[in-house]
Write a protein that binds this ligand. Structure first.
Ligand SMILES: Cc1cc2nc3c(=O)[nH]c(=O)nc-3n(C[C@H](O)[C@H](O)[C@H](O)COP(=O)(O)OP(=O)(O)OC[C@H]3O[C@@H](n4cnc5c(N)ncnc54)[C@H](O)[C@@H]3O)c2cc1C
Length: 505
């Protein structure tokens, strides 16, 4: 069976068309953001809620930890609050935070885990291959996980308002008035967790185009002969039509999940998701050594992830903060937004709790909860070297050669360098040891333009400074007990910023 003869189910075709139309809008830049946030002098005192979280997918996690702290929290969700069928892959360390925060018991967590496998492969066309253990090796069911967390939230009297779409918000004196398609509610703090395409984010970013995009297409299906191991990042082709295709595979409850992903920018001529799906189906048999007719497809998956230099996003208003995909707190090379959220959940819970306690809810107070993180910003260089820019004339295997060389060096230096990199937590020591050992001749053809390089150098230096500042500043903690509460709040936020920004947490 040829890949052209594969008929996608009608509902997949429809969803793919919708996703492609959004992707096209991004590329053509012909939409202007609606003004959905206003500031006004309306006095808002006896608010309905302490916190309203708009968007329930990852929002329910933070809503529950805040409800557990005793706040009155509501979640407003456009559709129904239920995760998708397809598993989220994550590492055990990140998942354990759900136990540490008391969101789930061990039994509840184990019920949400569908698969656990080892090892996973990293490999590049005509290049280096290696195997690693315990990285993204657990597949959890978003549907079960979200149902369990929701149950806990509602037991604690948290309120879920489904089928209600956020329409606009007015930041007043003492609170925020939030309008949905059917009601008006007020709160002290509004948390935007409406994903990459949040209307609030569109306004805050002023219709800016993303500097990078990761396109992903894939499927989950049965019939694969080998399904014991996974691939974290794998290539078996050179650059094709200006794209380097990367592949990922995981054992899943309903068979095997395979993804094709590629990095690009948001120029109008970029490939559509439909075309990329065609490429995926064309190459899948070679990748997994299987004929298409042997696969019983359960579902097809696709999406695109815009990434902005200015990330995490700092909201320009009082009383509003973004978390999850809307905040851009995950790295531009990964589409592991669930994992990124869990990594930051303890920090976000404590920081928002302290902000609410002290009423530190001005824009200046809140931007410190989503501060600049050099360990995120340095990953932009990797994103740029993994994509083919318009002005680059490449003969074909340059990206594979560079990736191969980088992983070879990291593997030589051991797990303490390799693992943080694979889990999206870049650290100064690992990066400093790795870069000088990579053959400069492999790097040169892929280097981005000089201003980007200069900017990268700034982030790299900041990464070093943050790495030094964190232990120094934490050693001063005993001296801070007598500080006034606001100063304590600021000290703790800076400490978090240096800790997370240096990849130590
Ligand atoms: C194919 C694919 C595979 C992935 N695999 C992984 C993985 O293995 N591991 C991992 O960690 N991550 C993975 N991710 C990423 C992960 O799914 C996202 O990071 C995560 O879903 C982000 O959650 P979110 O709540 O921030 O945003 P979203 O998932 O976009 O959810 C936004 C929520 O807001 C609601 N909403 C939107 N607009 C409004 C409105 N106006 N009013 C009210 N509600 C609104 C939506 O209905 C939705 O519930 C994958 C993503 C894709 C597409």
């Amino acid at each position: 069976m040829s890949f052209e003869s594969i008929k996608l189910p009608p509902e997949t075709e429809k969803a793919l068309l919708q996703a492609d139309s959004l992707w096209e809008k991004f590329r053509k830049d012909n939409f202007s953001p609606k003004r959905v946030v206003n500031s006004g002098d309306i006095p808002l005192r006896d608010n309905d809620y302490d916190v309203i979280v708009c968007g329930g997918n990852l929002g329910i996690f933070l809503a529950t930890t805040l409800q557990m702290k005793g706040y009155k929290v509501a979640v407003i969700e456009k559709g129904l609050l239920r995760g998708r069928e397809q598993e989220w892959n994550i590492s055990r360390k990140e998942l354990n935070c759900l136990l540490e925060l008391g969101l789930l018991t061990e039994k509840e967590l184990s019920e949400a885990i569908y698969t656990e496998y080892n090892p996973a492969r990293i490999g590049f066309y005509k290049g280096y291959h290696l195997w690693v253990k315990d990285v993204l090796n657990i597949g959890v069911s978003p549907r079960i996980l979200i149902a369990k967390i929701r149950e806990k939230f509602e037991q604690l009297k948290g309120v879920v308002i489904e089928n209600n779409s956020f329409e606009n918000a007015t930041v007043g004196i003492g609170g925020v008035e939030v309008k949905t398609n059917s009601q008006t509610l007020t709160c002290r703090l509004l948390i935007d967790c409406m994903g990459h395409f949040s209307p609030i984010v569109k306004q805050a970013r002023r219709n800016q185009k993303p500097e990078g995009v990761c396109l992903v297409v894939g499927s989950c299906g049965k019939g694969f002969k080998e399904n014991e191991t996974g691939d974290l990042i794998y290539t078996f082709t050179p650059i094709i039509n200006q794209y380097q295709y990367f592949w990922e595979a995981f054992p899943a409850k309903e068979g095997r999940t395979t993804y094709l992903f590629t990095y690009t920018d948001a120029k109008p001529e970029r490939i559509s998701l439909r075309k990329l799906m065609g490429e995926y189906l064309r190459l899948l048999p070679e990748y997994q050594n299987i004929a298409l007719e042997e696969i019983e497809f359960k579902r097809f998956l696709f999406g695109f992830f815009p990434a902005y230099y200015q990330s995490p996003l700092q909201m320009p208003w009082d009383r509003i903060i973004a978390v999850g995909d809307s905040s851009g707190m995950q790295s531009p090379v990964s589409f592991g937004g669930f994992a990124a959220m869990l990594r930051h959940l303890p920090r976000l819970t404590t920081a928002i709790d302290e902000a609410l306690q002290g009423d530190y809810l001005s824009c200046r107070d809140l931007v410190l909860i989503q501060p600049y993180q050099p360990n995120l910003s340095v990953t932009w260089l990797f994103q740029k070297t993994m994509m083919v820019a318009d002005n680059k004339r490449l003969s074909g295997n340059e990206i594979n050669q560079l990736m191969s060389a980088v992983f070879q060096v990291m593997a030589k230096m051991g797990q303490e360098v390799l693992k943080p990199f694979l889990q999206d937590v870049i650290q100064f020591a690992g990066l400093t040891k790795t870069l000088p050992q990579v053959d400069i001749r492999l790097v040169l053809p892929l280097l981005p333009d000089f201003p980007i390089l200069l900017d990268w150098l700034r982030h790299y230096l900041n990464l070093g400074i943050y790495t030094g500042l964190y232990p120094l500043a934490s050693s001063l903690k005993p001296l801070t007990t007598h500080l006034p509460p606001r100063a304590k709040y600021y000290y703790q936020r800076y400490l978090d910023m240096w800790q997370y920004g240096s990849g130590i947490a």
